[in-house]
Design a protein around this ligand. Structure first.
Ligand code: ADP
Ligand code: MG
Length: 412
């Protein structure tokens, strides 16, 4: 570090042709200028404090103002007194870091330096020493040196700030991935522990149900139990899919036909039966590379959400559009819609406004769609309805696409 500062210092002095004669001139003129330094410091401070962008940093009250003025004045004395050796420049070099830390934008520091140069030049002209042209030269050289050093240290401070941020963000991402991995492991073992006994219970209940007479009033209870078991099983399944997504198994399929297949399965769902379904562009849809089972999950989640947001008889439209590069499934409902805040939260895992929701529908959709190299977009207006657009690339998955999907899999 010291070596670098040393060579930088020498290099700058050589570049600006700074000599000991400059030092001597500034030192000689200092006693006559010094009585005016307080006024210069004051002018510079006032100018800065009047700027809204700097005022926030300088808003520390009269005490801070006095401190800054005193620092500026001291800086001016040093500027003229020297000695302009390496220690002097090393001290002044830290100014950049201090300003970055204080959050003062660098252009204000440069503007302040410019203003000081102007004021000091005015003072030198006013006292008119014998060789004031050379003294002015020395002033410009020392100010140029200060400016170069300031920019150098400012750049360094910025870089280390950026590195700090990057390190922090990387740590956050790592922790998140670790958390997800352990949630995934937990979910997998939990799913195993829950689903197997659940299947056993369900089988036993069905046996009891079959043994009942058709008019037995307890049949309804049996049906209700089976329904709750299916719900529990679906919730466990959601958790499993969300925490341990599988990479897509690509197949070439007609998008419209695939969407129709899942819709015909869902048509019997009570929520879906209540709404008026319409279709557009499903027969002429393009061929795409997709994991059809995963596409079905996506369409099912979005369609169920749409239907659940509607009251009896409201409309849900399923549309497919495409261009040369992408194909989109657009599911638009005329239901209750979402406020902007709600729409923002809708993709958060476990966020739900439903008594029986898992809050994993949309997060699962996003994971699946992104693993396919696609995007999912939600557009909603409270009281008017919601449009969810899922866009897939038409090109076949590249080798690196598979890699990406594999990497996003939370596993070992
Ligand atoms: P869940 O359906 O289990 O609640 P989702 O992730 O599918 O979980 O949806 C999260 C939340 O987003 C829902 O609870 C609901 O408040 C809101 N939402 C999703 N889709 C729609 C829609 N089409 N219209 C209105 N609100 C919706
Ligand atoms: Mg849902």
């Amino acid at each position: 570090m010291a070596g670098m500062a040393n060579s930088l210092f020498d290099e700058l002095r050589a570049c600006l042709q700074w000599t000991e004669a400059d030092s001597a001139r500034l030192r000689a003129v200092r006693p006559r200028l010094a009585p005016r330094f307080a006024a210069v410091a004051d002018a510079v401070y006032r100018r800065l404090a009047a700027r809204p962008g700097a005022a926030a940093v300088l808003a520390g009250g009269p005490e801070q103002a006095a401190r800054i003025r005193a620092t500026l004045e001291r800086w001016l004395v040093e500027l003229f007194q020297g000695p302009h050796d390496e220690a002097f420049f090393r001290r002044h070099r830290d100014v950049g870091g201090a300003h970055t830390q204080a959050g003062l934008p660098c252009y204000y520091v440069l503007a302040a330096m410019g203003l000081m140069r102007h004021e000091l030049a005015g003072l030198i002209l006013r006292v008119r020493d014998a060789d004031h042209a050379a003294t002015l030269d020395a002033l410009h050289r020392v100010m140029d040196l200060e400016m170069a050093l300031f920019l150098e240290s400012y750049g360094e401070a910025m870089t280390s700030q950026i590195h700090d941020t990057e390190r922090r963000e990387m740590g956050d991402r790592l922790r998140e991935a670790e958390q997800l991995a352990s949630v995934g492991r937990l979910a997998a073992s939990l799913a195993h522990e829950i689903r197997n006994p659940l299947a056993g219970i369900s089988g036993a209940i069905q046996v009891i149900g079959q043994a009942m007479a058709p008019e037995d009033p307890h049949r309804e209870v049996i049906e209700e139990i089976l329904k709750q078991i299916r719900r529990l099983d679906a919730a466990v399944q959601d958790l499993l899919v969300y925490s341990r997504p599988k990479p897509p198994q690509y197949d070439r399929c007609r998008l419209g036909a695939a969407v129709l297949r899942v819709v015909s399965l869902l048509r019997q769902e009570p929520d879906v039966r209540r709404v008026k379904l319409t279709f557009d562009g499903l027969d002429a849809g393009p061929e795409v590379w997709l994991d059809e089972a995963q596409l079905q999950q996506v369409v099912a989640n979005i369609l169920l959400n749409a239907a659940q947001a509607c009251t009896e008889g409201q409309a849900v439209e399923i549309r497919i559009v495409h261009d040369d590069e992408t194909a989109s499934v657009i599911i638009r409902d005329t239901g209750r819609g979402m406020s902007p805040t709600l729409a923002e939260q809708a993709f958060e895992p476990f966020f739900t406004t439903k008594a029986k929701g898992t809050g994993l529908g949309l997060p699962i959709c996003r994971k699946i769609v992104e693993a396919h190299g696609g995007v999912i977009h939600l557009d909603s207006q409270p009281g008017k309805g919601t449009t969810v657009t899922v866009t897939f690339p038409l090109r076949p998955p590249a080798a690196d696409g598979c890699d990406r999907a594999a990497r996003s899999e939370v596993d070992e």
